[in-house]
Design a protein around this ligand. Structure first.
Ligand SMILES: C[S@@+](CC[C@H](N)C(=O)[O-])C[C@H]1O[C@@H](n2cnc3c(N)ncnc32)[C@H](O)[C@@H]1O
Length: 275
């Protein structure tokens, strides 16, 4: 059962890049490069975080749950949720505003004979027409401007069925001082390109176009880390949307990308519920 949810990171990196080049118009060539960064071990937060996520979500699992994943760069979150629910098999829906990850996820589930609905929608345009028992956001709020967070969480609260839960993993805590922005971008670029040398994409990573795309990715990634909310900010937004905070957990990780600067990223998992 568990192997149903195993990913093929090599296939995902290659196919994700093809689909990204065909469909993704996101900042920083996000979906073209996501799989390459995962196989290089640069973006591996989900792998490290899954045991914690599982332990926090466990009390809120239900039989026959309708689960919506709001924003997913590839099949990673789907597989983590699949493993957490197993042997239960929730009815899964994945929503993303970009067509590229949805196409990759469709190919993945078709290959495994799994069922998962994909919807190409902006979460900011959700209304209460459809409701889910559980909604999972895995770092999606980081991609939504702070001024739109209120709308995002209000829409999500309206999309929860009675007794439903919202599981929100998000970065909290400012990690990059504005005046170190350029240093951070260069350090990330050097680190990512070096890590890619030990992957099956090594030859491709030498191409000038690839490096240019990575440069834009690094700039966009740094921008996302300049104005992060606190855990308290997110909890208040969830409460203003009419939800109750059921649990919250913050993890701090030291980053060693910038020599001479203590950069600590904090990510939080908050679970909120509807009455
Ligand atoms: C951080 S990525 C997910 C990464 C992945 N969860 C991980 O860390 O393993 C967030 C995803 O949310 C999508 N997204 C961002 N804002 C969105 C919105 N307003 N509506 C729908 N999807 C959105 C992006 O296109 C992207 O695929």
């Amino acid at each position: 059962m568990q192997e149903l949810w195993n990913e093929d990171l090599h296939w995902q990196a290659r196919r994700g890049m093809e689909l990204g080049h065909a469909y993704c118009t996101c900042e920083g060539h996000y979906h073209s490069l996501w799989g390459a960064l995962r196989i290089a071990g640069v973006n591996n937060s989900l792998k490290g975080e899954e045991p914690l996520l599982a332990s926090l979500v466990l009390p809120f699992l239900r039989d026959d749950a309708r689960v919506m994943i709001g924003g997913s760069a590839d099949p990673g979150v789907l597989c983590a949720i699949g493993r957490i629910y197993a042997p239960r098999m929730p009815a899964m829906t994945i929503i993303d505003r970009c067509k590229a990850p949805l196409a990759l996820i469709r190919e993945f589930v078709e290959g495994k004979g799994l069922e998962c609905r994909t919807l190409n929608l902006d979460l900011l345009d959700l209304d209460e027409r459809e409701q889910w028992d559980q909604i999972v956001l895995h770092y999606t709020p980081d991609f939504v401007e702070s001024r739109l967070h209120e709308r995002l969480f209000r829409n999500l609260a309206l999309s929860l069925a009675p007794q439903g839960t919202l599981v929100c993993a998000t970065m909290t805590g400012a990690s990059v001082p504005f005046d170190r922005r350029q240093d951070m971008e260069s350090a990330f670029l050097a680190y990512a390109l070096k890590a890619l040398q030990d992957t099956p994409l090594a030859a491709q990573a030498q191409a000038p176009q690839f490096e240019q795309e990575f440069r834009l990715y690094a700039a966009d990634r740094t921008t996302r880390r300049l104005t992060l909310p606190t855990t308290q900010d997110i909890c208040e937004l969830l409460q203003s949307a009419g939800l109750q905070i059921l649990s919250e957990h913050a993890t701090s990780r030291a980053r060693r990308l910038l020599v001479g600067l203590d950069v600590v990223d904090t990510s939080s998992i908050i679970i909120a519920g509807r009455n």
